[in-house]
Design a protein around this ligand. Structure first.
Ligand SMILES: [Zn+2]
Length: 796
């Protein structure tokens, strides 16, 4: 009897009063054992399970009945009080037989089947996985509604001759024919509803937040992944620059494919995998919830916290689930983990694979590439901010992953495209090489452009304030200059340059530290002979010496800028470095100057990071400076509380710098933004920066199809890493052989400024006072800033 009355699990949102009554009822059962079973059935009616459906929600009844019940309840309560006055529990009666109680017939707690139908059908709740009653499949979203984004229109997008399924629709049309010879649908103009085919429409919850360029992006992704562009190619590369919402566009694609297809009521795919760096697994899960809401999708995020058995079980379950058994349609997982679990998934059909930070697939021979390539998944989308990191063969790799075989085998690609294109890009190339290179490039572009989408940050100018980005070339301080010379003329260095040394990386690191600040080196031990050039007061201050900005050119500039920004504006600033040691130094300097600062480390948990970011972005917060290590995985960090950003040193990898730079000029920013990328003039940093531009111009060349990017460097230039050019104001500018510059700044405008090509930016040599940024123009005449490249996102 008791079994019948108690719901199998605690119902949600049940008022406590009901629970109390239930408890009391149990008491009553215990105390009234002498009564017959039927007594409960009669008296207890208003507590009966029929008041609640299987989920524990009350089923509304007619008011009349309700009033009657109220009385009954009151009576029952009176009864209870009386019972409760007795001593509890009373002894069980002699004839009490628990077996009999348990064996008694189970009664379905609904009155009859018609009641069931009434209570279930109008509410959309279903019990378990019972098949739905026959309700004709309807389109999920109204394609005709205001602002709806139609990805597929059966009328327009379907080629008339093939693919249309003539039999079924014909019959339907026939049956609907009126005597006049026209179908009702035709008369009403709703004929397409009769067909099983339907529109694919982006969920309104997403379409209302998508920006115009994102709508284009989603349309592109949809066309590629549904084979509309090429019948044998289902992959593509989403290569938008940072800050354009690649994540949101991909979520829109995935969500649409999971819910809809050209046929009403049928999804295109059942399951999708998002593979990303492990630090972004949580981030993706959060983004899904952020854009789709907490109840629409339950992703399975494998974030490395669960133990191996649990993950294995989860993966097996995920891999084998099909149809209605798919509970978590989206698996979010890191590259490393997915790689090791690929064998488990080897036989399961996967609808879509999204590869975030997809340049991990740049090497076709890598284990990750091979493992992921073995998955049974046709639709593959690679997300990457910079598709080319090093060379065209890496680029080929990405495309070959997305669309296997589209560009031929790796060898064919090398012969047909890579070699001729690169030959023409060398500064020593002949005119004919240039021509062949350009021709091959446009040939490649003709194929590739169909499957790659790349928009630059310029698009954001419609929504964002102006961004002034500067590359600021700073001369070395006299001490740095002396140390630099001692170092590169040292015997160890000479051996290295003759190819006899063994540690070029160590030498590079030491030079990079030196140009940041001599204090980053352990002097005089680390540079033999440096004791001769160190000023007398250098040693005396010991380990805990104060940070002296005047020992470093870049530090002097930073110091002056911070002073001015702090004094004259209420702007906040982000300072980024590759070296935690440099950040230590700047942090110490901030304390010295009493600047409030926050610092984000690579070791911090995601949660802690978010708190730190929120604290900084709070307009009432006291922290003026946010210190960020570019190695801390800053991707996704939103630091729009600041509108200024200093990149204290360049990275070899332009993608890393681009990620760092995209922290402040992004959605939500209200102030004009000022970006300063500090480079030590004539030093190794210029070479690093030049190598970056080289890569970037190659990238913008292939990806943006700009064939007129000036050809800056011969490959041999890049081997000049350790040369110090003391004669120049800007070694990089010298390599441009710039014809626009005269009298200290660029006087001639370029037709269009290209972000990836600093030779097309504004150049300021001596006339720094003409710079629009009041902070940087102060450097005029101070003798440290020797050159500035300036990029302006757009004119107001
Ligand atoms: Zn110039």
């Amino acid at each position: 009897m008791l079994l019948k009355r108690r719901p199998s699990s605690a119902p949600p949102k049940q008022p406590t009063s009901v629970l109390n009554k239930r408890r009391k009822r149990l008491v009553q059962v215990d105390s009234d054992q002498s009564d017959s079973d039927s007594a409960y059935d009669d008296n207890d009616e208003d507590f009966d399970a029929e008041d609640y459906d299987s989920d524990g929600y009350p089923i509304p009844k007619k008011k009349q009945k309700h009033d009657k019940r109220k009385e009954a309840k009151r009576a029952a309560l009176n009864d209870l009080t009386i019972h409760n006055n007795r001593e509890l529990p009373p002894p069980l009666p002699k004839d009490y037989n628990p077996i009999k109680v348990l064996k008694s017939k189970f009664k379905v707690p609904f009155k009859d089947t018609t009641d069931v139908a009434q209570s279930v059908v109008p509410s959309s709740r279903t019990l378990g996985i019972r098949r739905r009653l026959h309700i004709a499949a309807r389109a999920l979203h109204d394609w005709n509604a205001d602002g709806s984004i139609v990805l597929y229109d059966p009328e327009k997008d379907e080629p008339k001759s093939e693919n249309s399924t003539p039999e079924e629709p014909k019959e339907e049309v026939k049956s609907n024919h009126l005597k006049g010879g026209k179908s009702l649908a035709e008369l009403l103009g709703t004929k397409k509803v009769e067909h099983k085919k339907g529109h694919v429409v982006v969920d309104p919850v997403l379409s209302k937040v998508l920006r115009p360029h994102q709508i284009d992006g989603v349309k592109f992704l949809y066309r590629c992944t549904t084979g509309k562009i090429h019948p044998n190619a289902y992959g593509c590369i989403m290569a938008d620059e940072m800050g354009l919402g690649k994540t949101l566009q991909c979520i829109a694609l995935m969500w649409t494919l999971l819910r809809q297809s050209g046929e009403i009521g049928k999804p295109t795919i059942e399951k999708a995998i998002i593979v990303c760096p492990s630090s972004l697994v949580r981030n993706w899960a959060n983004e899904l919830v952020k854009w789709l809401g907490p109840n629409r999708i339950r992703p399975l995020a494998i974030d490395g916290k669960a133990n191996k058995e649990k993950v294995t079980a989860d993966m097996k379950q995920w891999g084998s689930a099909q149809g209605r058994m798919v509970v978590n349609p989206v698996l979010i997982i890191s590259y490393e983990t997915l790689r090791s679990y690929c064998p488990i998934l080897k036989n399961s059909q996967i609808g879509l694979l999204l590869c975030d930070e997809g340049h991990r697939l740049k090497n076709g021979n890598s284990l990750t590439f091979q493992a992921l390539n073995s998955l049974l998944v046709q639709r593959r989308v690679i997300l990457s901010g910079t598709p080319i990191q090093n060379d065209l063969s890496e680029y080929f790799s990405l495309l070959n992953f997305a669309n296997p075989g589209l560009l031929g085998t790796p060898n064919e690609f090398r012969k047909n495209y890579e070699i001729p294109i690169l030959r023409g890009r060398d500064a020593d190339a002949t005119q004919k090489d240039h021509e062949t290179s350009d021709q091959k490039l446009s040939e490649l572009w003709a194929i590739v452009s169909k499957f790659i989408i790349r928009r630059t940050n310029d698009i954001l100018s419609k929504y964002l304030p102006v961004k002034f980005e500067h590359v600021v070339f700073c001369k070395l301080s006299p001490l740095q200059l002396d140390l630099y010379n001692v170092f590169i003329t040292s015997k160890a260095m000479q051996r290295l340059l003759r190819g006899q040394g063994s540690q070029p990386l160590k030498a590079i690191t030491m030079l990079k530290k030196l140009v940041n600040h001599p204090d980053l080196l352990n002097l005089p031990e680390e540079i033999r002979g440096s004791e001769d050039v160190l000023p007398s007061h250098y040693h005396t201050q010991g380990r805990h010496r104060v940070i002296s900005p005047e020992f470093s050119g870049k530090m002097m500039v930073l110091d002056r800028m911070l002073t001015k920004i702090n004094k004259e504006t209420d702007d906040k600033i982000v300072i980024i470095s590759n070296y935690t040691q440099s950040l230590d130094l700047i942090e110490k300097y901030c304390r010295q100057r009493s600047y409030g600062s926050l610092r984000l480390d690579g070791s911090m948990t995601i949660n802690k990071r978010q708190k730190l970011v929120d604290k900084f972005n709070d307009p009432n917060g006291n922290e003026f400076i946010f210190l960020l290590s570019s190695k801390a995985g800053g991707c996704g960090l939103n630091l729009i509380g600041a509108n200024r950003l200093v990149l204290f040193d360049p990275d070899w990898n332009p993608a890393a710098d681009q990620q760092a730079l995209a922290r402040v000029w992004r959605d939500g920013q209200k102030k004009d933004c000022y970006i300063y990328r500090l480079i030590a003039t004539g030093t190794i940093e210029e070479k690093i920066f030049q190598r970056q531009s080289h890569k970037q111009s190659l990238s913008s060349c292939v990806v943006d199809e700009s064939t007129d990017t000036e050809r800056h460097f011969s490959l041999s230039d890049l081997r000049q890493l350790f040369m110090y050019n003391s004669e120049t104001n800007c070694d990089t500018h010298d390599t441009f052989k710039c014809k626009r510059c005269a009298e200290g700044k660029s006087v001639q405008d370029v037709e269009s400024m290209q972000y990836g090509d600093t030779s097309s930016w504004d150049h300021y040599d001596e006339k720094l006072q003409d710079l629009p940024d009041a902070i940087l123009s102060e450097e005029a005449g101070k003798g440290i800033v020797s050159f500035v490249f300036q990029y302006i996102s757009h004119l107001r």
